[in-house]
Design a protein around this ligand. Structure first.
Ligand code: SAH
Length: 212
């Protein structure tokens, strides 16, 4: 299979809805086929989520592009990602930001993603295994936060890790369907925009859902 050609075709199809040229270029640079299990490789450039093991999924490319665009990255930001999974979204962030802290609950996924991102040469990513307190307080505040698992509400503890002027993208809703929220933190209030419907696997923890 010609992965380069398949990647170009998929990314071209995103251009109608994704206007940020830098996001488009990053999607062209990161080889999604290296982030999926061998048996899913031929589906790597279908615009849909794919299973990555442990009951988790790699997000749909369109959703990755949409969430990344909404973070409004310029190349200098410190970004926090909750839910490393395959590491694909992490790689896209690392292409567009200064430094990425990514946190994953399942140690095996964190290990595989960390090895994969190192092998690809990324030096501006740190993969951490999730602690009971959501996020990664040690490196806070972050210019941007992206949550790639579904939350029942916007966790206050995560908002506290966001810098004033920062953006958080987070799917909020039930375990089965959510709306993608963009939360902009102002000095004295938070502004919430709804970017539309989506479906993510559950965010697990004290400030989210119980393990099923
Ligand atoms: N961004 C990923 C999508 C992974 S799916 C990708 O591009 O592949 C969501 C991930 O969030 C799962 O791997 C799941 O284990 C993880 N997760 C769920 N709750 C979490 C929490 N509280 N902290 C960190 N990771 C969590």
């Amino acid at each position: 299979m010609d992965y380069e050609a398949a990647r170009s075709a998929l990314v071209s199809s995103l251009k109608g809805s994704i206007k940020d040229e830098q996001v488009i270029k990053a999607m062209l640079r990161v080889p999604r086929e290296l982030f999926v299990p061998p048996e899913e490789k031929h589906h790597a450039y279908d615009d849909r989520p794919l299973p990555i093991g442990m009951g988790q999924t790699i997000s749909q490319p369109y959703i990755v592009a949409l969430m990344t665009e909404a973070l409004e990255l310029t190349g200098r930001e410190k970004v926090l990602e909750i839910g490393t999974g395959s590491g694909y979204q992490t790689a896209i962030l690392a292409e567009l930001a200064g430094f990425v802290v990514t946190v994953e609950r399942i140690p095996e996924l964190a290990r595989v993603a960390g090895d994969r991102l190192s092998a690809l040469g990324y030096k501006n990513i740190v993969v951490q295994i999730a602690e009971p307190n959501i996020g990664w307080q040690a490196e806070a505040p972050y210019d941007a936060i992206i949550v790639t698992a579904a939350a029942p509400f916007v966790p206050e503890k995560l908002l506290n890790q966001l810098a004033v002027g920062g953006r958080m993208i987070i799917p909020v809703g039930s375990r089965y369907e959510q709306d993608l929220y963009k939360v902009i933190k102002h000095k004295d209030k938070n502004e919430i925009q709804n970017l539309g419907g989506c479906r993510f696997v559950s965010l697990i923890g004290e400030d989210a859902w119980d393990e099923e």
